[in-house]
Write a protein that binds this ligand. Structure first.
Ligand SMILES: [Zn+2]
Length: 158
């Protein structure tokens, strides 16, 4: 298991034989590689981590007020505008959106889970529908907020 024993022994937790956090390249940094294949619709793994109340690098949003800090696995999923996994932040499962061959990186769409990103960045995913710039689902390019009430969160992060 990639998770320490304190998180329990859920059989869906990622195993060392199936996944690893590895360095991809200078641009992307570290990502999660899957050593085995998954079929479209298959559950890839279940996530675990610590619940925190602020957006950090490597957190995933659970609710507007809470975020999952997982320094072992899901915190290192790379972004693609054409992702191969989807995250369910209610039951913490990860589902394959397409057939995934062994030895491929897992890619999520950060806008699927995040209202606001820790940091926006230019996208180089190369997919035909690439948005070019990655933001949270509720923020505009450059961090301007779509909804005025979210301004407080943005200011608190500075
Ligand atoms: Zn992209």
């Amino acid at each position: 298991m990639l998770y320490p024993d304190q998180f329990g022994k859920d059989p869906l937790f990622p195993k060392h034989s199936d996944f690893a956090v590895v360095f991809k390249d200078e641009l992307a940094g570290r990502g999660v590689i899957a050593y085995r294949a998954f079929s479209k619709g298959e559950i890839v793994a279940r996530m675990a981590g610590y619940v925190v109340h602020e957006i950090r690098q490597h957190t995933l949003q659970l609710t507007p007020e809470t975020h999952l800090y997982d320094p072992y696995f899901s915190g290192f999923f790379l972004h693609s505008c054409s992702p191969n996994i989807s995250l369910n932040m209610v039951d913490l499962t990860i589902v394959a959106l397409k057939d995934i061959q062994a030895n491929n990186f897992l890619y999520m769409d950060y806008a699927e889970t995040e209202d606001i990103l820790f940091k926006q960045f230019p996208c180089s995913c190369g997919s035909s529908n690439c948005r070019g710039w990655v933001t949270g689902r509720k923020e505009m390019i450059s961090g301007e907020m779509v909804q005025p009430e979210l301004l407080n969160i943005n200011q608190a992060m500075r």
